[in-house]
Each structure stands twice: as structure tokens, then as C-alpha cells.
Design a protein around this ligand. Sequence first.
Ligand code: SF4
Length: 223
Amino acid sequence: MNAFRNNIPEKTFATLNENGEFTRLAVSPGIINKHYTPAQFQKIAEVVGEHGTIKYSASYSILLSVPSNGVEQAIKSLQEVGLYIAKQGSVVAMKACDFCDGDKMEAAAITEQLYNALEGIEVPKRIRLNVNGCASACYNAVYDDIGVVYQKDSFDIYLGAVPMGAHAQAGALFAKRVPMQHITGFLHQIITLYKEHGRQEEPFFKFYRRTKTAVFWQALKNE
Ligand code: SF4
């Protein structure tokens, strides 16, 4: 019964890395594209080799454990076959839906613009900013720290989600119909508030709960 065979993996990042000899890389085909090519899978297998591990995650990426002494070459090889390697740490991390496998691409260009402007900004604790390309929001944007849902030349913004745990809950609608041309600046203002007023290691939802009646939220401009 393969569904429950080998429930406990032989190797994990934690067991491999007891002496700090392994590095974890989060790889994917891109922020929007979710399809790997056979060549990419071959390269992943080659880079991980006999000793590393491959694990799928809940954040639309595959987690590789690779020997730290070869990590720079591993990154170069993975990038050469078109794989994206996510930045780690307390930064803004972008996610997006697959825009119906490329059939609904109206918000794709602005998503790339948001990536260039916001991905990697240092914040008190890692936040996920998830862009979904229509009101179906089937990639669960409303359950990420900043949910951004496209609707006909504008975006709805959701804040305050508790992304996981027994008290997980969706974010609340914070701003409706933010025009395309203002979305980058508007999200940048939200992230700047978190940078300036968030406590070290304070999750975004706790920051939002603590401060949502503060006057600085009212001063945000979406035009
Ligand atoms: S959120 Fe909308 S555009 Fe994105 S994959 Fe789902 S249905 Fe398609």
C-alpha cells in the first residue's frame, strides 16, 4: 500500500545537517509557472546526488538539501536549466497562482513588476505576498500575510490572515479595487509600515492586530 509506505523518511534536512554540512534550497520553475521540465528534474536529481534530499513543500517549491561545500555550483547549475531559487530569511517572499496555466494572464505583467519592486525587502519576520489572478483566488491568497486578488484592472487587498495553526483564518478585506497603476506603491507603503512599526520577529498578523486602529493605517494612499 504505497500511500502509507515509508512514512518516516530515511534522511531529512535536520538529520543531514546535524553538523552544518548541508544547505537548503527552495526551487521552483518560477513565481507563476508551476510546470517542471524533465531536464529540470534531471538536474535536481544530479545536484542532490546520492547524499542529499528532495522534499515538496506547501509554498509551491521543492526543498533540496545539498552539500554546503558545493552549493554555489549547485545554484549555478539549477539556474542554468531555468529554475528559480527563492530568497531565504526575514524578507518579503512572493507567491502567485499559475494564472490558469497561462490562460488568464491579465495580471502577469504587474505581478512581475511587484516581484521586482518588493521581493526580498527585509522585514521583521518573513512575509508571503500572494497574487491571485481572479476572484476565485484558488491559490488561497487570502490565507497569506498579504493577499492580492486581481479583479478587472484593479486589486483587492487582504490583510491579517493567520496562515497556519489551530487558529488559522483568512485575512480581512483591507482595500478594495486598488487601481493597477497604484498597486505597487500601495503595497510598498504597507510593507514600510511593517518595517517601521513591527517588532523584531513579530509575525505580520500580530503586527496588524496590534496596530490596525493606529492612524498610520488611515494615512495610506492608493491613488
Ligand atoms: S486564481 Fe483565478 S486566474 Fe489564478 S489559477 Fe485560480 S482560477 Fe486561474
